[in-house]
Design a protein around this ligand. Sequence first.
Ligand code: IDC
Length: 457
Amino acid sequence: MKRLLALLATGASTVGLTVLAGPPAEAATGCAAEYTITNQWEGGFQAGVKITNLGDPVSGWTLGFTLPDAGQKVVQGWNATWSQSGSRVTAGGADWNRTLSTGASADLGFVGSFTGSNPAPTSFTLNGVTCTGSVTDPPTDPPATGTPTAVNGQLHVCGVHLCNQYDRPVQLRGMSTHGIQWFGPCYNDASLDALAQDWKSDLLRVAMYVQEDGYETDPAGFTARVNSLVDMAEARGMYAVIDFHTLTPGDPNHNLDRAKTFFSSVAARNAHKKNVIYEIANEPNGVSWAAVKSYAEQVIPVIRAADPDAVVIVGTRGWSSLGVSDGSNESEVVNNPVNATNIMYAFHFYAASHKDAYRATVSRAAAQLPLFVSEFGTVSATGGGAVDRASSVAWLDLLDRLKIGYANWTYSDADEGSAAFRPGTCGGTDYSSSGVLTESGALLKSRISTADDFPTS
Ligand code: IDC
Protein backbone atom coordinates (compact mmCIF):
# COMPACT_ATOMS: atom_id res chain seq x y z
CA MET A 1 0.00 0.00 0.00
CA LYS A 2 2.68 2.40 1.05
CA ARG A 3 4.89 1.61 -1.92
CA LEU A 4 1.99 1.87 -4.31
CA LEU A 5 0.94 5.29 -3.11
CA ALA A 6 4.50 6.53 -3.11
CA LEU A 7 4.84 5.52 -6.74
CA LEU A 8 1.63 7.24 -7.60
CA ALA A 9 2.33 10.42 -5.75
CA THR A 10 2.85 12.60 -8.75
CA GLY A 11 0.96 15.36 -10.44
CA ALA A 12 -0.71 16.81 -7.37
CA SER A 13 -2.71 19.88 -8.15
CA THR A 14 -4.78 22.24 -6.10
CA VAL A 15 -7.98 23.83 -7.17
CA GLY A 16 -9.26 26.45 -4.79
CA LEU A 17 -12.84 27.31 -5.49
CA THR A 18 -13.45 30.95 -4.98
CA VAL A 19 -16.58 32.55 -6.26
CA LEU A 20 -17.41 36.19 -6.11
CA ALA A 21 -20.87 36.72 -4.69
CA GLY A 22 -21.71 36.18 -1.04
CA PRO A 23 -25.01 34.76 0.21
CA PRO A 24 -28.10 36.99 0.11
CA ALA A 25 -28.19 39.33 3.08
CA GLU A 26 -31.32 37.87 4.65
CA ALA A 27 -30.22 34.24 4.45
CA ALA A 28 -27.93 33.08 7.21
CA THR A 29 -26.46 30.41 4.99
CA GLY A 30 -23.28 30.18 3.06
CA CYS A 31 -20.32 27.98 2.53
CA ALA A 32 -16.97 27.67 0.89
CA ALA A 33 -15.42 24.54 -0.56
CA GLU A 34 -11.79 23.86 -1.32
CA TYR A 35 -10.89 20.87 -3.43
CA THR A 36 -7.42 19.37 -3.62
CA ILE A 37 -6.11 16.42 -5.59
CA THR A 38 -3.56 14.81 -3.33
CA ASN A 39 -2.43 11.99 -5.59
CA GLN A 40 -3.27 11.01 -9.11
CA TRP A 41 -2.36 7.95 -11.10
CA GLU A 42 -3.59 6.25 -14.21
CA GLY A 43 -7.34 6.01 -13.85
CA GLY A 44 -7.40 6.97 -10.21
CA PHE A 45 -6.89 9.77 -7.75
CA GLN A 46 -7.18 10.79 -4.13
CA ALA A 47 -8.80 14.08 -3.24
CA GLY A 48 -9.68 16.15 -0.22
CA VAL A 49 -12.54 18.57 0.26
CA LYS A 50 -12.57 21.19 2.96
CA ILE A 51 -15.94 22.72 3.57
CA THR A 52 -16.38 25.81 5.66
CA ASN A 53 -19.70 26.93 7.05
CA LEU A 54 -20.07 30.65 6.44
CA GLY A 55 -23.64 30.86 7.67
CA ASP A 56 -25.40 30.24 10.97
CA PRO A 57 -24.31 27.18 12.93
CA VAL A 58 -25.66 23.88 11.58
CA SER A 59 -26.19 20.65 13.47
CA GLY A 60 -26.17 18.52 10.35
CA TRP A 61 -25.05 18.96 6.78
CA THR A 62 -24.97 17.41 3.36
CA LEU A 63 -22.36 18.42 0.86
CA GLY A 64 -23.11 18.08 -2.84
CA PHE A 65 -20.93 18.49 -5.90
CA THR A 66 -20.87 17.51 -9.54
CA LEU A 67 -18.14 15.50 -11.20
CA PRO A 68 -18.12 16.99 -14.73
CA ASP A 69 -16.76 14.01 -16.65
CA ALA A 70 -19.00 10.99 -17.06
CA GLY A 71 -16.14 8.65 -16.17
CA GLN A 72 -15.43 10.17 -12.75
CA LYS A 73 -16.57 8.05 -9.82
CA VAL A 74 -16.12 8.17 -6.07
CA VAL A 75 -14.78 4.77 -5.08
CA GLN A 76 -14.36 5.17 -1.36
CA GLY A 77 -14.55 8.14 0.99
CA TRP A 78 -13.89 9.02 4.62
CA ASN A 79 -14.98 11.48 7.29
CA ALA A 80 -18.50 11.51 5.77
CA THR A 81 -21.08 9.13 4.27
CA TRP A 82 -20.54 9.22 0.54
CA SER A 83 -22.85 8.38 -2.35
CA GLN A 84 -23.09 9.17 -6.03
CA SER A 85 -26.01 9.37 -8.40
CA GLY A 86 -25.03 10.05 -11.98
CA SER A 87 -22.57 12.88 -11.88
CA ARG A 88 -23.80 14.24 -8.56
CA VAL A 89 -21.92 13.26 -5.42
CA THR A 90 -23.33 13.61 -1.93
CA ALA A 91 -21.45 13.47 1.36
CA GLY A 92 -23.33 13.56 4.67
CA GLY A 93 -21.65 14.73 7.87
CA ALA A 94 -20.47 11.99 10.20
CA ASP A 95 -21.30 11.83 13.90
CA TRP A 96 -18.22 13.73 14.84
CA ASN A 97 -18.27 16.56 12.30
CA ARG A 98 -21.95 17.16 11.61
CA THR A 99 -22.08 20.16 13.92
CA LEU A 100 -20.39 23.13 12.31
CA SER A 101 -20.39 26.48 14.02
CA THR A 102 -20.04 29.65 11.99
CA GLY A 103 -16.62 29.67 10.36
CA ALA A 104 -15.93 26.03 11.26
CA SER A 105 -14.61 23.57 8.72
CA ALA A 106 -14.69 19.85 8.08
CA ASP A 107 -12.05 17.92 6.18
CA LEU A 108 -13.28 15.07 3.99
CA GLY A 109 -11.58 12.93 1.44
CA PHE A 110 -12.13 10.24 -1.12
CA VAL A 111 -10.46 7.98 -3.61
CA GLY A 112 -11.94 8.28 -7.10
CA SER A 113 -11.56 6.73 -10.53
CA PHE A 114 -11.81 8.31 -13.95
CA THR A 115 -11.70 7.17 -17.56
CA GLY A 116 -11.13 10.28 -19.65
CA SER A 117 -10.10 13.52 -18.01
CA ASN A 118 -10.27 14.33 -14.33
CA PRO A 119 -11.57 17.88 -14.01
CA ALA A 120 -12.30 19.50 -10.65
CA PRO A 121 -15.87 19.18 -9.38
CA THR A 122 -18.34 22.00 -9.80
CA SER A 123 -21.57 23.21 -8.18
CA PHE A 124 -20.67 22.66 -4.54
CA THR A 125 -23.62 22.97 -2.20
CA LEU A 126 -24.02 22.72 1.53
CA ASN A 127 -27.53 21.80 2.65
CA GLY A 128 -28.70 22.74 -0.82
CA VAL A 129 -27.19 26.22 -0.74
CA THR A 130 -24.58 26.92 -3.39
CA CYS A 131 -21.14 27.45 -1.92
CA THR A 132 -20.32 30.90 -3.17
CA GLY A 133 -18.16 32.00 -0.30
CA SER A 134 -14.47 32.26 -0.33
CA VAL A 135 -12.45 31.50 2.69
CA THR A 136 -10.15 34.34 3.42
CA ASP A 137 -6.60 33.41 2.68
CA PRO A 138 -5.01 31.49 5.47
CA PRO A 139 -3.75 33.91 8.07
CA THR A 140 -0.27 35.03 7.32
CA ASP A 141 2.35 33.24 9.32
CA PRO A 142 2.52 34.54 12.83
CA PRO A 143 5.35 36.98 13.29
CA ALA A 144 8.44 35.46 14.85
CA THR A 145 7.54 37.10 18.12
CA GLY A 146 4.23 35.23 18.18
CA THR A 147 5.43 31.63 18.04
CA PRO A 148 4.89 29.44 21.10
CA THR A 149 8.55 29.62 22.11
CA ALA A 150 8.80 33.35 21.45
CA VAL A 151 5.78 34.07 23.64
CA ASN A 152 6.55 31.63 26.43
CA GLY A 153 10.33 31.47 26.49
CA GLN A 154 12.03 29.15 28.95
CA LEU A 155 9.45 26.99 30.70
CA HIS A 156 9.50 25.81 34.29
CA VAL A 157 7.26 23.90 36.63
CA CYS A 158 5.21 26.03 39.04
CA GLY A 159 3.04 24.10 41.47
CA VAL A 160 1.28 21.44 39.40
CA HIS A 161 1.54 23.41 36.17
CA LEU A 162 3.97 24.10 33.41
CA CYS A 163 4.60 27.83 33.48
CA ASN A 164 6.03 30.28 30.99
CA GLN A 165 8.50 33.13 31.37
CA TYR A 166 5.77 35.23 32.99
CA ASP A 167 5.31 32.52 35.61
CA ARG A 168 1.82 31.80 34.31
CA PRO A 169 0.41 28.31 33.51
CA VAL A 170 0.42 27.22 29.89
CA GLN A 171 -0.94 24.19 28.08
CA LEU A 172 1.22 22.98 25.19
CA ARG A 173 -0.62 21.03 22.49
CA GLY A 174 1.20 19.11 19.83
CA MET A 175 2.21 15.92 18.13
CA SER A 176 4.67 13.09 18.65
CA THR A 177 6.73 11.58 15.90
CA HIS A 178 6.49 7.86 15.32
CA GLY A 179 9.74 5.97 15.86
CA ILE A 180 12.32 8.08 14.04
CA GLN A 181 14.17 4.88 13.06
CA TRP A 182 11.16 3.90 10.94
CA PHE A 183 9.51 7.14 9.88
CA GLY A 184 12.46 9.45 9.28
CA PRO A 185 11.09 10.59 5.89
CA CYS A 186 8.04 12.04 7.66
CA TYR A 187 10.16 14.71 9.41
CA ASN A 188 11.37 17.27 6.93
CA ASP A 189 11.01 20.98 6.25
CA ALA A 190 7.62 20.62 4.57
CA SER A 191 6.05 18.44 7.23
CA LEU A 192 7.36 20.58 10.08
CA ASP A 193 6.20 23.76 8.32
CA ALA A 194 2.75 22.19 8.17
CA LEU A 195 2.94 21.24 11.84
CA ALA A 196 3.94 24.73 12.93
CA GLN A 197 1.85 26.80 10.52
CA ASP A 198 -1.26 24.79 9.62
CA TRP A 199 -1.58 22.77 12.79
CA LYS A 200 -0.25 25.65 14.92
CA SER A 201 1.37 23.01 17.05
CA ASP A 202 3.20 24.15 20.14
CA LEU A 203 5.51 21.18 20.29
CA LEU A 204 7.08 18.27 18.52
CA ARG A 205 7.87 15.20 20.59
CA VAL A 206 10.83 13.34 19.13
CA ALA A 207 10.33 9.63 19.84
CA MET A 208 13.76 8.07 19.81
CA TYR A 209 13.31 4.37 20.48
CA VAL A 210 16.22 2.85 22.35
CA GLN A 211 15.60 -0.73 21.31
CA GLU A 212 13.78 -2.02 18.20
CA ASP A 213 16.53 -0.81 15.83
CA GLY A 214 16.77 2.50 17.64
CA TYR A 215 19.46 4.34 19.60
CA GLU A 216 21.38 1.25 20.77
CA THR A 217 22.23 0.38 17.16
CA ASP A 218 23.81 3.77 16.36
CA PRO A 219 24.14 6.13 19.33
CA ALA A 220 25.97 8.88 17.43
CA GLY A 221 23.60 8.77 14.47
CA PHE A 222 20.44 8.92 16.59
CA THR A 223 21.86 11.66 18.80
CA ALA A 224 22.58 13.74 15.70
CA ARG A 225 19.13 13.10 14.28
CA VAL A 226 17.45 14.16 17.53
CA ASN A 227 19.54 17.34 17.65
CA SER A 228 18.62 18.22 14.12
CA LEU A 229 14.91 17.79 14.91
CA VAL A 230 15.36 20.03 17.97
CA ASP A 231 16.81 22.68 15.65
CA MET A 232 14.00 22.28 13.13
CA ALA A 233 11.41 22.70 15.88
CA GLU A 234 13.28 25.71 17.28
CA ALA A 235 13.42 27.38 13.87
CA ARG A 236 9.64 27.16 13.72
CA GLY A 237 9.01 28.36 17.26
CA MET A 238 7.99 24.98 18.62
CA TYR A 239 9.10 23.22 21.78
CA ALA A 240 10.84 19.87 21.35
CA VAL A 241 10.34 17.02 23.78
CA ILE A 242 13.32 14.70 23.57
CA ASP A 243 11.78 11.31 24.29
CA PHE A 244 14.12 8.50 25.32
CA HIS A 245 11.62 5.96 24.07
CA THR A 246 12.16 2.96 26.30
CA LEU A 247 9.42 0.39 25.89
CA THR A 248 10.74 -3.18 25.74
CA PRO A 249 12.32 -4.05 28.09
CA GLY A 250 10.12 -2.08 30.46
CA ASP A 251 12.67 -1.50 33.20
CA PRO A 252 14.40 1.78 32.34
CA ASN A 253 17.40 0.68 34.39
CA HIS A 254 18.22 -1.71 31.57
CA ASN A 255 19.16 1.44 29.64
CA LEU A 256 20.63 3.45 32.50
CA ASP A 257 24.12 3.73 31.03
CA ARG A 258 22.77 4.57 27.59
CA ALA A 259 20.50 7.21 29.14
CA LYS A 260 23.40 8.85 30.94
CA THR A 261 25.50 8.92 27.78
CA PHE A 262 22.65 10.19 25.63
CA PHE A 263 21.35 12.86 28.00
CA SER A 264 24.76 14.21 28.93
CA SER A 265 25.35 14.74 25.22
CA VAL A 266 22.00 16.25 24.20
CA ALA A 267 21.74 18.37 27.35
CA ALA A 268 25.18 19.88 26.80
CA ARG A 269 24.53 20.49 23.13
CA ASN A 270 21.10 22.10 23.71
CA ALA A 271 21.68 23.81 27.05
CA HIS A 272 21.48 27.31 25.62
CA LYS A 273 18.15 26.66 23.89
CA LYS A 274 14.81 27.52 25.43
CA ASN A 275 12.72 25.02 23.51
CA VAL A 276 13.90 21.70 24.93
CA ILE A 277 12.09 19.43 27.38
CA TYR A 278 13.66 16.10 28.34
CA GLU A 279 11.55 12.95 28.72
CA ILE A 280 13.78 10.36 30.32
CA ALA A 281 11.78 7.13 30.03
CA ASN A 282 8.78 6.71 27.76
CA GLU A 283 6.82 3.90 29.40
CA PRO A 284 8.24 1.92 32.30
CA ASN A 285 6.40 -1.40 32.57
CA GLY A 286 6.78 -4.58 34.56
CA VAL A 287 8.81 -2.65 37.09
CA SER A 288 8.17 -1.04 40.47
CA TRP A 289 7.81 2.69 41.02
CA ALA A 290 10.83 2.49 43.31
CA ALA A 291 12.95 1.26 40.39
CA VAL A 292 11.70 4.04 38.12
CA LYS A 293 12.36 6.63 40.81
CA SER A 294 15.88 5.31 41.30
CA TYR A 295 16.52 5.57 37.55
CA ALA A 296 15.16 9.14 37.49
CA GLU A 297 17.33 10.19 40.40
CA GLN A 298 20.42 9.04 38.52
CA VAL A 299 19.55 10.48 35.10
CA ILE A 300 18.16 13.88 36.17
CA PRO A 301 21.46 15.03 37.76
CA VAL A 302 23.24 14.23 34.51
CA ILE A 303 20.85 16.54 32.66
CA ARG A 304 21.01 19.24 35.33
CA ALA A 305 24.79 19.27 35.27
CA ALA A 306 24.68 20.30 31.62
CA ASP A 307 21.34 22.11 31.29
CA PRO A 308 20.25 23.29 34.74
CA ASP A 309 16.97 25.00 33.89
CA ALA A 310 15.19 22.57 31.57
CA VAL A 311 11.97 20.78 32.51
CA VAL A 312 12.27 16.99 32.80
CA ILE A 313 9.38 14.55 32.36
CA VAL A 314 9.55 11.29 34.30
CA GLY A 315 7.68 8.21 33.07
CA THR A 316 5.45 6.40 35.54
CA ARG A 317 4.69 2.77 36.30
CA GLY A 318 2.36 0.72 34.12
CA TRP A 319 3.20 2.28 30.72
CA SER A 320 3.10 5.79 32.21
CA SER A 321 -0.35 5.26 33.67
CA LEU A 322 0.64 6.54 37.14
CA GLY A 323 0.49 2.86 38.06
CA VAL A 324 -3.17 2.32 37.16
CA SER A 325 -2.50 -0.27 34.44
CA ASP A 326 -0.60 -2.26 37.10
CA GLY A 327 -3.43 -2.11 39.61
CA SER A 328 -1.97 0.82 41.53
CA ASN A 329 -2.64 4.54 41.40
CA GLU A 330 -1.04 7.96 41.75
CA SER A 331 -0.58 7.65 45.50
CA GLU A 332 2.64 5.69 45.02
CA VAL A 333 4.11 8.80 43.35
CA VAL A 334 2.46 11.33 45.65
CA ASN A 335 3.82 9.48 48.68
CA ASN A 336 7.26 8.86 47.22
CA PRO A 337 8.04 11.56 44.67
CA VAL A 338 11.26 11.80 42.70
CA ASN A 339 13.78 13.82 44.65
CA ALA A 340 14.25 16.63 42.14
CA THR A 341 12.69 19.96 41.25
CA ASN A 342 11.37 21.27 37.95
CA ILE A 343 9.99 17.89 36.91
CA MET A 344 6.66 16.61 35.66
CA TYR A 345 5.23 13.10 35.60
CA ALA A 346 4.10 11.44 32.39
CA PHE A 347 0.59 10.16 31.95
CA HIS A 348 -0.19 8.25 28.74
CA PHE A 349 -3.53 6.95 27.50
CA TYR A 350 -5.13 5.41 24.43
CA ALA A 351 -8.69 6.63 24.23
CA ALA A 352 -10.31 3.38 23.07
CA SER A 353 -8.63 1.40 25.88
CA HIS A 354 -8.40 3.84 28.75
CA LYS A 355 -11.56 5.57 29.81
CA ASP A 356 -13.40 6.72 32.92
CA ALA A 357 -11.19 5.09 35.57
CA TYR A 358 -8.12 6.62 33.97
CA ARG A 359 -9.78 10.01 33.57
CA ALA A 360 -10.77 9.90 37.24
CA THR A 361 -7.14 9.23 38.14
CA VAL A 362 -5.92 12.19 36.12
CA SER A 363 -8.59 14.46 37.59
CA ARG A 364 -7.46 13.51 41.09
CA ALA A 365 -3.74 13.41 40.45
CA ALA A 366 -3.68 16.76 38.66
CA ALA A 367 -4.36 18.48 41.95
CA GLN A 368 -1.20 17.02 43.46
CA LEU A 369 1.30 16.26 40.71
CA PRO A 370 2.55 18.21 37.68
CA LEU A 371 1.35 16.01 34.81
CA PHE A 372 2.25 16.01 31.15
CA VAL A 373 0.52 13.76 28.62
CA SER A 374 3.61 13.21 26.52
CA GLU A 375 1.87 10.51 24.49
CA PHE A 376 -1.72 9.52 23.82
CA GLY A 377 -3.69 7.94 21.01
CA THR A 378 -7.25 8.28 19.82
CA VAL A 379 -7.39 4.52 19.23
CA SER A 380 -6.61 1.36 21.21
CA ALA A 381 -3.34 0.78 23.07
CA THR A 382 -2.09 -1.26 20.12
CA GLY A 383 -1.85 2.01 18.19
CA GLY A 384 -4.39 0.63 15.72
CA GLY A 385 -8.12 0.11 15.33
CA ALA A 386 -10.86 2.68 15.10
CA VAL A 387 -10.77 6.18 16.52
CA ASP A 388 -12.82 6.33 19.71
CA ARG A 389 -14.20 9.73 19.11
CA ALA A 390 -16.27 10.11 22.25
CA SER A 391 -13.48 9.03 24.56
CA SER A 392 -10.87 11.12 22.72
CA VAL A 393 -13.02 14.24 22.98
CA ALA A 394 -13.73 13.56 26.67
CA TRP A 395 -9.98 13.26 27.25
CA LEU A 396 -9.07 16.38 25.30
CA ASP A 397 -11.75 18.40 27.05
CA LEU A 398 -10.41 17.22 30.41
CA LEU A 399 -6.82 18.09 29.50
CA ASP A 400 -7.89 21.52 28.27
CA ARG A 401 -9.80 22.14 31.48
CA LEU A 402 -6.84 21.10 33.63
CA LYS A 403 -4.33 22.88 31.36
CA ILE A 404 -2.35 19.68 30.90
CA GLY A 405 -0.04 19.65 27.90
CA TYR A 406 -0.15 16.80 25.40
CA ALA A 407 1.45 15.18 22.37
CA ASN A 408 -0.55 12.88 20.13
CA TRP A 409 0.80 9.61 18.75
CA THR A 410 1.57 10.03 15.82
CA TYR A 411 2.55 12.64 13.28
CA SER A 412 3.27 9.96 10.69
CA ASP A 413 1.75 8.01 7.82
CA ALA A 414 1.99 4.64 9.58
CA ASP A 415 -0.62 2.19 8.41
CA GLU A 416 -2.44 2.23 11.77
CA GLY A 417 -5.39 4.18 13.15
CA SER A 418 -3.30 6.40 15.40
CA ALA A 419 -1.38 7.97 12.51
CA ALA A 420 -2.42 11.47 11.47
CA PHE A 421 -1.64 10.99 7.78
CA ARG A 422 -2.87 8.46 5.28
CA PRO A 423 -0.35 5.81 4.20
CA GLY A 424 1.95 7.12 1.50
CA THR A 425 1.75 10.77 2.56
CA CYS A 426 5.41 10.94 3.57
CA GLY A 427 6.40 9.76 0.10
CA GLY A 428 5.05 13.04 -1.27
CA THR A 429 5.32 16.71 -0.43
CA ASP A 430 1.76 17.58 0.62
CA TYR A 431 1.21 17.64 4.38
CA SER A 432 -1.37 20.40 4.34
CA SER A 433 -4.44 19.50 2.35
CA SER A 434 -7.46 17.77 3.81
CA GLY A 435 -6.95 14.75 1.59
CA VAL A 436 -3.85 13.57 3.43
CA LEU A 437 -5.43 13.46 6.89
CA THR A 438 -6.83 10.36 8.56
CA GLU A 439 -9.80 10.57 10.88
CA SER A 440 -7.42 10.83 13.82
CA GLY A 441 -5.35 13.49 12.05
CA ALA A 442 -8.41 15.59 11.21
CA LEU A 443 -9.58 15.43 14.82
CA LEU A 444 -6.21 16.39 16.27
CA LYS A 445 -5.57 19.12 13.73
CA SER A 446 -8.93 20.66 14.57
CA ARG A 447 -8.09 20.58 18.29
CA ILE A 448 -4.47 21.71 18.14
CA SER A 449 -4.92 24.51 15.63
CA THR A 450 -7.32 26.56 17.75
CA ALA A 451 -5.83 29.74 19.17
CA ASP A 452 -3.54 29.44 22.14
CA ASP A 453 -4.21 31.70 25.06
CA PHE A 454 -0.72 32.02 26.45
CA PRO A 455 -0.63 34.70 29.13
CA THR A 456 1.94 37.43 28.51
CA SER A 457 1.96 39.24 31.80
C1 IDC B 1 3.76 1.35 18.63
C2 IDC B 1 3.61 1.76 17.19
C3 IDC B 1 3.72 0.55 16.31
C4 IDC B 1 5.03 -0.14 16.60
C5 IDC B 1 5.17 -0.44 18.08
C6 IDC B 1 6.55 -0.99 18.33
O1 IDC B 1 2.38 2.43 17.02
O2 IDC B 1 3.70 0.92 14.94
O3 IDC B 1 5.09 -1.35 15.88
O4 IDC B 1 4.98 0.73 18.84
O5 IDC B 1 6.89 -1.08 19.65
C7 IDC B 1 2.80 2.99 23.35
C8 IDC B 1 4.22 3.19 23.01
C9 IDC B 1 4.42 3.31 21.52
C10 IDC B 1 3.49 2.38 20.76
C11 IDC B 1 2.06 2.83 21.03
C12 IDC B 1 1.01 2.00 20.29
O6 IDC B 1 4.80 4.30 23.67
O7 IDC B 1 5.76 3.00 21.24
O8 IDC B 1 3.76 2.52 19.40
N1 IDC B 1 1.82 2.77 22.45
O9 IDC B 1 1.07 0.67 20.64
N2 IDC B 1 2.29 2.95 24.54
C13 IDC B 1 0.97 2.67 24.47
C14 IDC B 1 0.66 2.54 23.13
